[in-house]
Design a protein around this ligand. Structure first.
Ligand code: ADP
Ligand code: MG
Length: 768
């Protein structure tokens, strides 16, 4: 059933050629106990290795069950070793970091036999060799004889046809040797046992056939076989393949034998992960802070369109920046150079027209909370202070219209953005709201407008219900000759029958989550009231007169209506008197951050095919602020992550070195696994499994340490910035970082794993 035909094997070391086997021909029976005797160096081990498929012959042929092995590929030899051969070595060659049960199971594990089945078989064979009480011990807890029994059990476990034993008793005392020989003889009843020995006595006592070798040749054969074999193809071999779980199990056990080193390695390579995850969670946190700030608060800032606007587009900003940083030679000339007004260059005159207002009015109510129009028109306010009627000049005061009468989705802006401290929202067109700042402060001048002169705190109840009187132009001005002057009898004016009386109905304050910059203490009336005043004053005598006059009807100053300045002066005057119903500032209050985008897109669309001078430029305050902070954050994050990544690369190189050391340490194990039928692929799989474990644990460790560090980091940030829980680990980042850690360590360990798989099993087994 097994035949060697003129097998030749030589070893070349440098120029020296050693003929280990010189055309050896041998035939073996299906079951017999063959002992091979011979001096050291005569080629005995080489013969066994070739028969066992561990080593390759150069010439001749090895016939297994009538089948030539000339065309065998690596994987055929691997399966052959796994299925048909059981090796027993002089130095036992057990894997030291797994228990003996796992050692015995290893061959079956490689050929993919189920756990339950292989466990049963392993326990059975261990019983057979008399070790049933020791199955959970590690090899180094056993005596030499016991270890050799384990090796025999392992050789038997896969039920091979051939047992190859290389000086199995070489390291044992004579008493133990006899027990082992008994066992071998027992086995040889239904298997072919080929045993190399130095001991002719043992050979002659136990073996059924003794072969002697010298210098790579057979010199004597006590019981040769001459019958001719029938060629057959009955020979079937199961393929072997180690699954990744087995590889993981092996690696895990191996790692456990060097815990200290593994923990240090994992920790060292986790530093990069720690760094990156800290940076990411910080920038993540800050970005989130900025985001909530943007969404909640910045969107409270209105989009502003004013008649004179700074063109704050990126292009202009860049130009401004360039100009500010302009360097060059300082001139030594003796003249000066006239320069255009810096401001004029970047200012844009928005031509806000009725059409544009209409365009704005068509903005989706989904996006807009309210549109607020500010007019240049003067409103004639009167108030009784200390019993005397006074005119109130509001040009320097925060008095204006407020879109509080507009509501969206049934939720009034007031309720959405303000706390009503006292009273109610504005429901009537003559209702007035008082806004105080975040500390409930309110300008004295505005208090006076309400008729209160006080340095003391003023209770809300005092303010609620206060009235402000507004008189229209025709009651306010009287015509004197060609001019108009304010009437002097204020008491009478205060009683005029066309007067409008505004009434304070509520005191409001911007909610805490909005930036205080969006708040402004002031007195706010409704848009509808403003429209009424504009409508009535438009047809007043003073406006009518000014419309046709070529001079200022209030001061008598001549207006040159041919010049630009003259035209502008007249326009301003008309606006002041209320003869111009186009606002000079429009404030659009977006509902939220997304709405703001929609609104600016809508505003951009208006400009799409307009000439430069016809374009309407708006200022998006929220965007200006957030784009600045966002860009800076991104830049810082990228730089820091790049730095930390270097440590990741370093750690992956380190992993490579450590794995290489591990490969050197485990050379023997590689040889053992190969002798049991493991493929090259399986060997690299074992090492890849180990790097996988290290990479995974260093990733997890890194994340864990970073997570622990977040607590002190956050409490420090809280002390510094008053922001709570800024740094937060993003789960997606966690997964990505652990993956990166695993991938990098796998890359680092890939070459060592490749080296391991390329190791010659014969040489690997010889190493100590
Ligand atoms: P034995 O087992 O009978 O002592 P071996 O089969 O181990 O002898 O060796 C036979 C011969 O081949 C010896 O001379 C040995 O030095 C040589 N040899 C064996 N393996 C190698 C090798 N890997 N490289 C070089 N020479 C080798
Ligand atoms: Mg030998």
């Amino acid at each position: 059933m097994l035949e060697l035909r003129k097998i030749k094997k030589t070893y070349k070391t440098g120029d020296f050629v050693q003929n280990a086997l010189k055309k050896v021909s041998l035939k073996f029976r299906k079951s017999e106990f063959v002992a091979i005797l011979g001096p050291s160096g005569s080629g005995k081990t080489t013969l066994l290795n070739i028969v066992g498929g561990l080593d390759r012959y150069e010439e001749g042929d090895l016939i297994i069950n009538g089948k030539s092995t000339k065309s065998f590929k690596d994987k055929d030899w691997d399966s052959y070793r796994n299925n048909c051969i059981g090796f027993i070595f002089q130095n036992y060659n057990l894997i030291s970091h797994i228990d003996i049960l796992s050692n015995v199971e290893m061959g079956m594990t490689l050929s993919g036999i189920s756990l339950k089945k292989r466990r049963k078989i392993a326990v059975d064979v261990l019983k057979k060799v008399g070790l049933k009480d020791h199955i959970h011990k590690k090899p180094n807890q056993l005596s030499g004889g016991q270890m050799q029994r384990v090796a025999i059990a392992r050789a038997l476990a896969n039920n091979p046809d051939i047992i190859l034993a290389d000086e199995p008793t070489g390291a044992l005392d004579s008493k133990t040797s006899i027990q082992i020989m008994d066992l071998m003889k027992e086995i040889s009843k239904d298997k072919l046992v080929i045993m190399v020995t130095h001991n002719p006595e043992l050979a002659n006592t136990y073996a059924s056939r003794v072969i002697e070798m010298k210098d790579g040749e057979i010199t004597k054969d006590s019981n040769p076989l001459d019958e001719k074999f029938v060629e057959s193809d009955s020979y079937l071999i199961r393929k072997t393949a180690m699954n990744f779980l087995t590889a993981l199990h092996l690696s895990l056990n191996n790692i456990c034998t060097k815990k200290g080193r593994t923990i240090l390695t994992a920790f060292a390579s986790s530093i990069g992960i720690i760094g990156i995850s800290l940076i990411l969670s910080l920038s993540n946190g800050f970005e989130k802070q900025i985001d909530t700030f943007e969404v909640n608060t910045l969107s409270a800032l209105p989009i502003i369109i004013s008649k004179q606007s700074m063109a704050l587009d990126e292009e202009t900003l860049e130009q401004m920046h360039d100009e500010m940083n302009e360097v060059g030679d300082y001139p030594s000339t003796d003249y000066l150079i006239p320069k255009e007004n810096e401001q004029d260059k970047y200012m844009h005159s928005n031509k806000i027209t009725k059409d544009y207002i209409e365009y704005l009015e068509n903005l989706s109510s989904q996006d807009v909370i309210g549109i607020n129009y500010l007019y240049a028109a003067n409103i004639n306010f009167l108030q009784k202070v200390n019993g005397k009627v006074k005119k109130i000049e509001t040009s320097n005061l925060n008095v204006g219209s407020f879109p509080h009468s507009l509501s969206h989705d049934g939720v009034n802006v007031i309720h959405e953005r303000f706390d009503i401290l006292s009273g109610r929202e504005a429901l009537d067109k003559y209702d007035v709201l008082i806004e105080v700042d975040s500390k409930n402060r309110f300008p004295k001048e505005l208090l006076e407008m309400l008729g209160i002169l006080s340095d003391e705190n003023v209770s809300f109840d005092t303010i609620l219900g206060k009235e402000i009187t507004v008189v229209l132009n025709d009651d306010y001005y009287e015509k004197v000759g060609n001019y108009f002057i304010p009437k002097s009898d204020l008491e009478k004016m205060f009683q005029s029958k066309n007067k409008i009386v505004l009434k304070v109905v509520g005191i409001i304050r911007l909610k805490k989550e909005y930036p205080s910059m969006a708040s402004s203490a002031g007195i706010y009336y409704t848009n509808e009231f403003m429209q009424e005043v504009l409508d009535k004053n438009e047809s007043s005598k003073v406006v009518e007169a000014q419309k046709h006059a070529k001079y200022n009807v209030l001061s008598g100053e001549l207006l040159d209506t041919q010049s630009k300045e003259g035209i502008e002066a007249k326009e301003a005057l008309m606006a002041y008197l209320g003869g111009d119903k186009v606002p000079y500032v429009v404030q659009i209050h977006p509902k939220n951050f997304e709405s703001k985008e929609n609104i600016t897109n809508y505003l951009d669309r208006y400009n799409e095919d307009k000439e430069e001078s016809q374009k309407i430029v708006y200022i998006d305050q929220a965007n200006l602020m957030s784009s600045l902070s966002g860009n800076i954050m991104d830049a810082i994050t990228i730089v820091l992550v790049a730095f930390s990544s270097i440590s990741l690369v370093v750690s992956s190189i380190m992993i490579g070195i450590i794995m290489y050391i591990s490969v050197l340490e485990r050379t023997k194990e590689i040889g053992i696994l190969r002798s049991l039928g493991a493929r090259k692929k399986d060997i690299s799989r074992v090492f890849n499994a180990e790097t996988f474990l290290i990479g995974l644990s260093s990733g997890l460790l890194g994340i864990f340490v970073a997570w622990i560090l977040l607590f002190p980091v956050n409490s420090l940030l809280y002390k510094l910035t008053d922001l709570e829980n800024v740094a937060v680990l993003n789960p997606i980042h966690v997964i990505i970082l652990i993956t990166i850690s695993v991938i990098l360590t796998l890359i680092g360990g890939w070459i060592p794993a490749k080296i391991a798989s390329k190791k010659d099993p014969v040489i690997a087994l010889r190493t100590e």
